[in-house]
Design a protein around this ligand. Structure first.
Ligand SMILES: Nc1nc2c(ncn2[C@@H]2O[C@H](COP(=O)(O)OP(=O)(O)OP(=O)(O)O)[C@@H](O)[C@H]2O)c(=O)[nH]1
Ligand SMILES: [Mg+2]
Length: 344
């Protein structure tokens, strides 16, 4: 299966997006006993649109009330600037968007409020498209993804959701439970493993997480998996020992399989707002992150933080999450994101 995948030239994020999109809306768990609810059966586009509703209501919908008849003036621009800042887009991007509107206004580009909305949508989409890059998963004999992040951001849930996405592409996955300090953490991943029908490699209580990761690589070689996903314990970027611990996991993985981990993904909780950016900077210094996953966009009015994250960290956003269900995560697509954001 993986060899077929490797043969394809299209192991890029774009094609992954396309393939996953074809599958979206399909029930994930083949052995699921309950009937899917309306939300479970919903397409990704509608999940994303409804997930971003709080962000949309916080500032996107206000574009119409602020600019009313499509006419701009400095007072209105200032009002809009405040909304963008409250929406967590960050100072830099906010200033640029306001300047962009001011320029468009001087150039006589706006006749109606719809022109203003369209102009902002295009500008944000362009901004978000700058750092798109392919997922690096084409390595032989299998790909290793290391999941990291602070406590409770959604690492374990995201591990399961990503597994489900890859299963839809017929990839054989295996999971590793590296949080050996909390029995509940292992159990949580095991429960997902059962639901998704994938092997979960675990260690003994309090075992060095790096040795569990090593065992995971060994098992993945034996069982010829396509993708091994390593879930780790949550840790604050300021906890020096725990940061050393996750660096060790990464080093041991590299030793066990040169070139791995092929992706080190930091999961970021969007409700954390601008603090997430500082946290990610420290994780990036420690681990050289290859990508970010932004979760819980359904739980915040500050989904604009995606734009700030994109601008301030030189790290591609790989996936976004908009809910607790397994289908509530997809690869990040700037066009889809802005369409959903501006679905007013
Ligand atoms: N609303 C919402 N909830 C989410 C999302 N992603 C994860 N969650 C919830 O966030 C909570 C924490 O998720 P976990 O996956 O356990 O987080 P974690 O990072 O593994 O936590 P630790 O291992 O304790 O550090 C769970 O209740 C998840 O269901 C999301 O996109 N939206
Ligand atoms: Mg966890």
């Amino acid at each position: 299966m993986f060899s077929k995948w490797r043969k394809k030239k299209t192991d890029q994020l774009d094609s992954l997006a396309e393939e996953i999109a074809k599958e979206s809306g399909e029930s994930l768990l083949s052995d699921k006993k309950e009937e899917p609810s309306a939300k479970e059966g919903a397409s990704w586009a509608s999940r994303l649109t409804s997930g971003l509703s709080r962000t949309r209501n916080s500032w996107v919908s206000s574009i119409a009330s602020v600019f009313g008849d499509g006419k701009l003036d400095e007072d209105k621009l200032e009002e809009f600037e405040d909304l963008l800042l409250q929406g967590d887009l960050g100072v830099e991007v906010t200033m640029e968007l306001v300047d962009h509107l001011r320029q468009g206004w001087k150039d006589g580009k706006y006749k109606t409020v719809a022109d203003i909305q369209e102009s902002l949508k295009t500008k944000i989409q362009e901004e978000l498209t700058l750092k798109i890059s392919p997922l690096n998963l084409s390595e032989s004999p299998f790909a290793v993804i290391l999941m990291v992040g602070i406590n409770g951001v959604g690492k374990t849930t995201t591990t399961a959701k990503i597994t489900s996405l890859f299963q839809k592409l017929d990839k054989k996955c295996m999971l590793v439970a590296c949080d050996t300090f909390r029995a509940g953490a292992v159990k949580q991943l095991e429960t997902w493993g059962e639901r998704l029908d994938v092997t979960v490699v675990k260690g003994k209580e309090n075992e060095d997480p790096a040795s569990v990761a090593f065992e995971g690589i060994k098992r993945a070689k034996q069982e010829k998996v396509d993708i091994l996903i390593i879930d780790t314990a949550g840790r604050l970027h300021t906890q020096v020992n725990l940061m050393e611990e996750v660096k060790k996991i990464s080093r041991v993985v590299e030793k066990a399989l040169p070139g791995a981990p092929h992706e080190t993904l930091m999961v970021i909780d969007s409700t954390t707002g601008q603090n997430a950016i500082e946290q990610a900077k420290v994780f990036n210094e420690a681990l050289d992150l290859s990508g970010l996953v932004v979760t819980k966009l359904d739980g915040t009015a500050k989904g604009g933080v995606v734009v700030a994250i994109h601008r301030q960290l030189q790290i591609p956003i790989r996936f976004i999450g908009v809910g607790e269900q397994v289908n509530d995560l997809q690869n990040f697509n700037p066009e889809e994101f802005t369409e959903a954001l501006f679905a007013i």
